[in-house]
Ligand binder design. Sequence first.
Ligand code: UDP
Length: 483
Amino acid sequence: MMSSQPSSLHIAFFPYLVHGHMIPTIDMARIFARKGVKASIICTPNNASLFSKTIERDREQGYDISFLTIKFPSAEVGLPEGCEHGNSLYTEEMLTKFHKATTLLQEPLEQLLKEHNPDCLVADMMYPWATEAASSVEIPRLVFHGMSSSARCMFDCLYRYKPHKNVESDFDPFILPGLPDQITMTKLQVPPFIKEENQDAIQIFEAELNCYGVVLNSFYELEPAYIEHYRRVMGRKAWQIGPVSLCNKDNEDKLQRGGLGSIYEQVYCLTWLASKEPNSVLYICFGSRFNFSAVQFLEIAKALESSGVKFIWVVNTGQEMKSDEDNEEWLPEGFEKKMEGKGLIIRGWAPQVLILDQEATGGFMTHCGWNSILEGVAAGVPMITWPLQAEQFCNEKLVTDVLRIGVGVGAQEWTRSHERKILLRKEGIEKAVSRLMVGVEAEDFRKRAEALKEMAGKAIEQGGSSYSDLNALLEELRSIKSG
Ligand code: UDP
């Protein structure tokens, strides 16, 4: 065993079955395993296979990490057999069924916990019932938040004070009261599940109150005031142990992170990138789930072309687009030919952390998913923020208003995937691209982003804030175990 601290702790990790949650949970389990913990990742067979090579490599290096498979009740909720991954669902109806299926996992989870006897369960925020499952075998349950502390505090403020109810129009800005910074939002940017006081969502956030504590993928220096607010004002017991993506040290790990994508396409794109000048390429990716309409793709393409900036653009031309918008063109005629040498389109899965790490990558247009933001921060890359849904508008505020490492593209409203409309026009997109990549402010954004990169690296090193938080957590779990 190559662990730094011998320990007999056994921890089970149970990710929500979508990429944005599985990827950081797998990273986190690997980090714990490197600390000498026996790490068991509870996962369905198809999802486990996406990460099996990475886990196998860790095992070969002597770490005690493995999967415990659990059957996904697809048929029970009317989903096709084998359909066990949230990213492969495109209709609201399927997503509702998928979430319903996850609620049926409580009993099999309890069985697994009884059989394998871990000392602690780290389960995703999307499983509020996991605390009860952990109690059934008398072990503590930690919630894993895919969110930042700042977004979590902003959500708490929206739930608590409902400032969006005091404005007349959807466009009127209002301040989120009681937060460390003056954060403004509009009603259009507030998630519908908060505006509608959706009970499932409330249950998810309230589950934090009954569990042992919360583990977050962040680091103290990134959002200190919000981490303090979360701990002291909201009263949560929380450990920040990120950025977890930094546990991927070698290129093979980075290339296979997420387990998707063609090796040929990925290597081609990295070679292409290596031939470009430092900080000259804009990387554009809207995460693993969101899909724009063809008309919006066209606006992005036109903006890229007229900006003259080099780019790598990840597009998710999934099946739903082909069926809904069959023969609609999503790129201007001859676009790829015209852009040869200047721009590269990746259809499918990009090796994001590797791309962000490259010297040539000088900017990141992102949908503000928390993993993407943290990966951008860890690589020191300034960003163009284009929030779309979930808590992404809150993450945008952190990037543009608090950290000041990027520019907003001007996204106005919380939106659903595949809405057949233009959210932003070419002109606005082009303006943000120029501001980030060539404008006078670009250097300032880059300097601040570089400084955060350094802090992120230090946070996970011996003596750093995340390193110490992780040790403190392990210490506490050991003392619970020894009673
Ligand atoms: N990702 C990737 N390649 C892609 C798209 C996404 O590696 O082509 C990874 C990305 O690095 C991140 C995760 O998928 O770790 C997406 O998580 P995020 O929270 O940013 O967004 P979500 O997909 O949950 O909306």
